[in-house]
Design a protein around this ligand. Structure first.
Ligand code: G3P
Ligand code: MG
Length: 252
């Protein structure tokens, strides 16, 4: 609607950067997404124990680094000692965990759009994350190149206090659409609904679009099985790998 930023959603958004080809949520993964022709990326943000917002998905660093700590137990100097690339492939050895600030500089330099997911892992504070991330974020990117999303209603609600709907597009993340999806979108004056494509029905998609919300689907790695959902009104597929979509994108 005209209460929201006019965002040109791309058909494909690189999930955690180009995570099929580079270590997820790193600067390298965003550069790779850009090289692959993506204009937008989806990334996750959380706070370190010292309050620094960083680009990271899990509650700890076991899966995606050479360390083992919980994110809440790390400070910035300690994350600088972690290798967050070698676990994925030798070619990425030496990659460092990106702060939100570093990542925003890269995204802005590449003129890309960002869907930033406020990732509130178990036991972490939603308001603290929002307080830590939103000022930097709003300072770095214009409304047309930013969507802030979350599964966490408290995080979205708190984010709304930082900027009105015309300045900040908020996306509500769902797995399947719950019965109260509309109330939850209205509560934060949402721009978009982001749903698991495997749990999306044509009826659900229609309802979302008819209510005036934009519709994005994650994490779409089977373009053939997904293809009919473009016609349901899904505008963006958040994918680990854009390559298999070649020749399969809708012509609007
Ligand atoms: O934002 C869509 C998707 O990233 C949500 O799930 O676990 O990959 O952050 P996850
Ligand atoms: Mg995510």
């Amino acid at each position: 609607s005209d209460r929201h930023p006019s965002i040109d959603l791309p058909p494909l958004i690189a999930h955690r950067g180009l995570s099929a080809r580079a270590p997820e949520n790193t600067l390298a993964a965003v550069r790779a997404a850009h090289r692959a022709g993506c204009t937008w990326v989806e990334l996750d943000v959380q706070l370190l124990g010292d309050g620094t917002p960083v680009i990271w998905h899990d509650a700890n660093v076991r899966r995606c680094s050479d360390g083992r700590a919980a994110l809440a137990d790390l400070d910035l100097p300690r994350t600088r000692q972690l290798d967050v690339g070698a676990w994925f492939a030798d070619a990425f050895a030496g990659e460092r965990m990106a702060t939100l600030r570093e990542m925003l500089e890269l995204i802005d330099a590449l003129d890309m759009g960002l869907n930033l997911e406020l990732k509130v892992n178990r036991g972490r504070s939603a308001p603290a994350l929002v307080d830590g991330a939103l000022p930097t974020l709003l300072d770095a990117l214009p409304p047309e190149r930013l969507i802030v999303s979350s599964f966490n209603d408290a995080a979205l609600d708190h984010a709304r206090h930082f900027a009105g709907p015309e300045r900040l597009a908020l996306g509500v993340l769902f797995e399947g659409l719950p019965r109260d999806w509309l109330a939850r979108c209205e509560a934060v004056d949402a721009f978009s609904v982001h749903t698991d494509w495997k749990r999306l029905s044509q009826r659900g998609a229609r309802a979302v679009r008819q209510a005036g919300y934009r519709l994005l689907a994650y994490t779409v790695n089977d373009p053939a099985a997904f293809a009919h959902q473009w016609a349901w009104g899904v505008e963006s597929a958040i994918t680990d790998d854009p390559a298999p979509f070649e020749g399969r994108l809708p012509t609007f």
